[in-house]
Design a protein around this ligand. Structure first.
Ligand code: CP
Length: 292
């Protein structure tokens, strides 16, 4: 049984296989490779992209998907997370796809060895399929040659599981990662840090803009996010005509993270990331449920 808790669970060969399968699936959709498989999605936090992307990916491969909505489940009657998981596993799924606010939850459940556990985003620690789809999108743009390219991660990095997984995967692939954020959004890190994007923008090939995650801050770090936007919004004035790919995991706070104009710009790959996410998750499910 193989789990995906972070990309560190994958060998270099497995990452290459995921990228190759995703590319192949994008060119030509495969048949129902997982037609006898059952997946359960269990999202304790809101999601638009990841949950539906996993569901679309699984169904395109012929798998059956059952969604348990925790807000309407017996966790509201006092059942523990572990007992909820054990009861779902008693139904013999081939995998449980989980999102949770605590960093360690996917690991805790995986250690029970009841089914394959796939992390769909945990706390501020890891979001492995987002990192894989971001890598796929960058690889696609640079025709496979990402080693030596520089990516600036901009925004609320300290709260971001997307940033954490991206940093681990992009550096592993030989990319240079720089961090751009106000002090209150900057994590402890050995990576190069900048307070202003202007200090580094001429050395950057990719910008990953992140949402200010208001729900993860006990007290607001900014009284007014238009002030934050003045310094960090990826807009036409800031980007100019530079040949830079713009990523964002979503949800985008329009005109705070990225301007309306740049969201329409061909350099901005936000919806391409979502499209690629389905193919990458198809490849992940194939790897975990069929190949591993
Ligand atoms: N990128 C991402 O995790 O989006 P959702 O929160 O909508 O799933």
């Amino acid at each position: 049984m193989q789990h995906l808790l972070d990309t560190t669970d994958l060998s270099d060969k497995q990452i290459a296989q995921i990228l190759e399968d995703a590319k192949r699936f994008k060119q030509q959709r495969p048949g129902h490779l997982l037609c006898n498989k059952l997946l359960i999605t269990l999202f304790f936090e809101n999601s638009t992209r990841t949950r539906s992307s996993f569901e679309v990916a699984a169904k395109r491969l012929g798998a059956t998907v059952v969604h348990l909505d925790p807000s309407r489940s017996s966790t509201n009657k006092g059942e523990t997370l572990e007992d909820t998981f054990a009861n779902l596993c008693a139904m013999e799924p081939d995998g449980v796809i989980i999102r949770h606010s605590e960093n360690h939850t996917p690991r805790l459940l995986a250690d029970k060895k009841m089914t394959s556990v796939i992390n769909a985003g945990a706390g501020n620690y890891a979001h492995p399929t987002q990192a894989l789809l971001d890598l796929f999108t960058v690889m696609e743009h640079f025709e496979g040659n990402v080693s030596g390219k520089t990516i600036a991660i901009v925004g609320d990095i300290v709260s971001s599981r997307v940033a954490n997984s991206a940093i681990r995967l992009f550096t592993r692939m030989g990319m240079k990662v720089v961090l751009v954020a106000p002090q209150s959004f900057m994590p402890q890190s050995d990576l190069p840090q900048y307070e202003q994007l202007e200090e580094v923008i001429d050395k950057v090939d990719v910008i990953m803009s992140l949402r200010a995650q208001l729900e993860r801050h006990a007290t607001p770090l900014f009284d007014d996010y238009t002030i934050y936007a003045k310094h960090y919004c990826i807009n036409k004035d800031r980007l100019g005509d530079r040949n830079i790919v713009v990523l964002h995991p979503g949800p985008v706070m329009r005109n705070i993270d990225i301007s309306d104009e740049i969201l329409e710009d061909p350099r901005c790959k936000v919806l391409e990331q979502v499209k690629n996410g389905v193919y990458v998750r198809m490849a992940v499910l194939k790897l975990l449920l069929l190949d591993a």
